[in-house]
Design a protein around this ligand. Structure first.
Ligand code: AMP
Length: 354
């Protein structure tokens, strides 16, 4: 279905991803309306309307959906059931959301498609954790099945003695134990799939994390990642096709000596794709809008020789004046109030063209 420019796009979630989606949509003549439980958020400054409502409220979500022409989401921890009645006008679809919001479902799903996740075991109690450790060995990482992001809801185990502490650290919630992957680098494939099945990917960024949070994304990545990007793109396409996916899909991989190992997927635009705003012919946000509205996709080609995106976490954003002193820096601030530790306040992208 084509949703032409001038139409209304509903976005579930009102954070910085919603903000950047709304900015890209506005360039194409769309107006964005946000649905989120908070009273306001980064997307509020740049969107046409904000509906405050709970993600559990099926009635409020249905009436929100009826007031717009197409609905998308910028946050995957939204319950699926209340969205069922709007699934006709929702992209990406509910299957993608359902798979991505539960680490166990996600790993089972991608393993069936030969995407090679790290070795894993489902863990439902402390006894189960002990037997999973016996099978997978240590070091290992325990991750909650749901609501984990930016390294939250995770506990590392150096030995079997850490079982109890790790189980407490994840709050005794249903979890997955993952074998520790010895990787050289981390990268992501940011892909977009249109309503007609057209598929494109951007250059695979080399992602560096600090304290479980993305610090930088750099393209082009070095030869180690470049050599395995082709396999990772093929895996990502298999996943997107299997889900009949529409929109931007991100898959994070570990680059290991044995090739790419699947880490996790996000059914949405992604922090490791922010560099595309200035660094690619068409950015991830615009192509997401194009895909969900049934428009042709724009080129994902690199628009510079070298691009680096650096997140501004917590008080790092206070350096905005110094950053603007560099005439090649593109500064993005998300309009968040308080710079709490670990909070993504903005990012800066630097391009080099010569
Ligand atoms: P995640 O939120 O699952 O992406 O985890 C955050 C970061 O922790 C990843 O980007 C990796 O740097 C590290 N990590 C997560 N899972 C593993 C694993 N199985 N083996 C080694 N490092 C991991």
């Amino acid at each position: 279905m084509i949703v032409p420019p001038g139409s209304r796009i509903g976005i579930v979630g009102g954070g910085q991803l919603g903000r950047m989606l709304a900015l890209a949509a506005a360039r194409l003549g769309y107006r964005c309306y946000i649905y989120a439980p908070e009273t306001s958020g980064p997307a509020a400054d740049v969107s046409a309307g904000w509906t405050q409502g709970s993600y559990d409220d099926a009635v409020a979500l249905a009436s929100f959906a009826n007031s717009v022409d197409v609905v998308t989401y910028e946050f995957e921890n939204v319950p699926v059931a209340p969205l069922r009645s709007l699934s006709q006008r929702l992209h990406p679809n509910l299957a993608a959301l359902e798979v991505a919001q539960d680490r166990l479902t996600e790993k089972d799903f991608v393993a069936r498609l030969a995407l090679k996740p790290a070795p894993y075991r489902a863990v439902d109690d402390l006894e189960g954790l002990r037997s999973a450790i016996a099978e997978l060995g240590t070091p290992a990482i325990l991750k909650t099945r749901r609501f984990g992001y930016d390294g939250k809801g995770q506990a590392r185990l150096a030995s079997a003695d850490d079982a109890e502490t790790a189980w407490e650290a994840v709050g005794g919630n249903p979890s997955v134990l993952e074998g520790f992957v010895r990787f050289d680098r981390e990268f992501s494939i940011i892909a977009v799939r249109g309503q007609d099945g057209a598929f494109a990917t951007w250059d695979a960024p080399d992602n560096v994390h600090e304290g479980g949070i993305l610090a930088t994304s750099t393209v082009p990545a070095g030869p180690f990642i470049a050599a395995q990007a082709g396999d990772a793109i093929a895996m990502t396409k298999a996943l997107a096709d299997a889900l009949d996916y529409v929109g931007v899909l991100t898959v994070e991989y570990f680059a290991t000596a044995a090739g790419p190992v699947f880490n996790e997927m996000a059914p949405r635009v992604h922090n490791s794709g922010h560099w595309t705003i200035e660094g690619a012919v068409t950015c991830q946000f615009e192509n997401h809008v194009r895909a969900i509205c049934g428009l042709p996709l724009g080129s994902t080609a690199l628009a510079a020789r070298h691009v680096e995106m650096r997140n501004l976490i917590g008080t790092q954003a206070d350096d905005w004046a110094a950053i603007l002193g560099d005439p090649t820096a593109h500064l993005h601030l998300y309009g968040k109030g308080e710079p709490r530790p670990g909070r993504k306040m903005g990012h800066v992208t630097r391009l080099s063209v010569e």
